[in-house]
Ligand binder design. Structure first.
Ligand code: NAD
Ligand code: ZN
Length: 357
């Protein structure tokens, strides 16, 4: 048996206010005449955070439009306009939620790899290391800050650029940056982390490495969404570490049923990752009984709306498309249901599940 030998992020700084160390952190990474590019979630346009970005020389801020989750065409256009304007750059710094972090990772890779990012959607297809890249999350939960993938929607598939060149060289975990997130968004992205934990801990791929991180992340999520009263700065601190640990847990295991089904929704309907996972999780009692019970409790306690009936007007062709995308996520199903998963999760069974959403 071969064990996975996975590439981790280079440097990590954690702490409230650590964003203020960014200038110092970037200094040794700057190359003569080549700018640092700050790719910043458009939510922060005209907000205070912008004045704290350590711009030097010909550095540039680009606001990332994350109205839709990242597309390969968007990555390609960002990379080609940077090549046109500067030739080469010192690095890309992604500041935002999971979408912006994925864009930053992908743009970094496309600065040094030919063709379109769509050519690299898959496993270990990226040939050259990207330019220096740093990730600074402003929402906690996806684990995109630690993962070796960047989820992109391309012309034919929704799949990441999974490679050893994908993880960030540096991450800056400053919980102060998440304080303005709206309660609903914070919950959906936070539940992405909770669901990572349940799927990892209940999966057949589990080992002690994943379990150690998964249990800690789960406990932090419970502290915040089950046991805490009002939202406090302490919750931001905890959720940021939960996201990190949840990401580390799935790095050595895999996600499961909620993610596999949610990918189908996202492909056909453009449903966003966090909310899509919540919509699915609401109906997974059969697979994760304790997790779903607790999930429903958290939804109610935190006064969150989970959309229902999003599949009610779809036709059989639409259902087929979602079923195909979902069943294509083989490792997720195998992790969730074991080697014989195809006998358990039949097309009919999955059709019935989609029908409930
Ligand atoms: P997001 O990045 O899509 O952002 C959601 C919304 O929140 C946006 O409108 C954004 O502008 C806003 N926002 C961001 N920070 C904010 C703040 N501090 N205050 C107020 N608003 C803020 O949301 P997400 O849930 O963090 O990320 C989802 C994305 O992450 C999806 O594209 C998904 O595919 C990807 N993802 C990637 C991985 C990975 O391993 N690479 C894992 C899971 C999810
Ligand atoms: Zn997820």
């Amino acid at each position: 048996m071969a064990f996975r030998n996975f590439k981790m992020i280079g440097y990590v700084v954690y702490g409230r206010g650590s964003f203020n160390q960014l200038d110092e952190i970037l200094q040794p990474r700057r190359q003569q005449g080549r700018p640092m590019i700050f790719l910043v979630d458009h939510f922060f346009e005209n907000r205070e955070l912008i004045s704290k970005i350590p711009l030097r020389g010909n550095d540039k801020i680009i606001f990332a439009d994350v109205t839709h989750e990242p597309k390969t065409s968007y990555v390609d256009s960002l990379a080609s306009s940077l090549k046109e304007e500067f030739g080469t750059i010192s690095g890309v710094i992604g500041i935002g939620g999971g979408s912006t972090m994925d864009l930053a990772k992908a743009v970094s890779l496309m600065m040094n790899n030919p063709g379109s990012s769509a050519d690299y959607q898959g496993w270990d297809l990226v040939k050259n290391p990207g330019v220096y890249k740093a990730g600074i999350p402003t929402l906690s939960g996806t684990g995109a800050e630690v993962s070796r993938t960047t989820v992109l929607t391309g012309p034919t598939k929704k799949l990441g650029m999974n490679s050893d060149f994908t993880p960030f060289d540096q991450i800056v975990l400053d919980p102060d940056l998440t304080k303005d997130a709206p309660a609903n968004q914070r919950f959906y992205t936070g539940m992405d982390c909770y669901i990572h934990c349940i799927e990892s801990l209940e999966g057949t791929y589990l080992n002690e490495f994943s379990k150690s991180y998964g249990e800690k992340a789960l406990q932090l999520c419970q502290d915040i969404f089950v046991n805490a009263g009002e939202w406090t700065p302490d919750c931001d601190d905890k959720l940021m570490m939960a996201s990190y640990a949840g990401g580390m847990s799935i790095a050595y295991s895999q996600v499961g049923v909620a993610h596999a089904v949610s990918y189908g929704l996202s492909y056909l309907l453009g449903t966003k990752h966090g909310i899509g996972n919540c919509i699915v999780m609401n109906h997974l009692e059969e697979y994760y009984p304790a997790g779903v019970k607790e999930f429903k409790y958290m939804v109610e306690k935190n006064g969150i709306d989970i959309p229902a009936g999003i599949c009610k007007d779809l036709n059989e062709e639409d259902f087929d498309k979602m079923i195909n995308v979902s069943l294509g996520m083989k490792p997720l199903w195998e992790n969730a249901l074991g080697k014989d998963w195809e006998k358990i999760m039949t097309r009919e069974k999955l059709r019935e599940l989609y029908g409930k959403l």
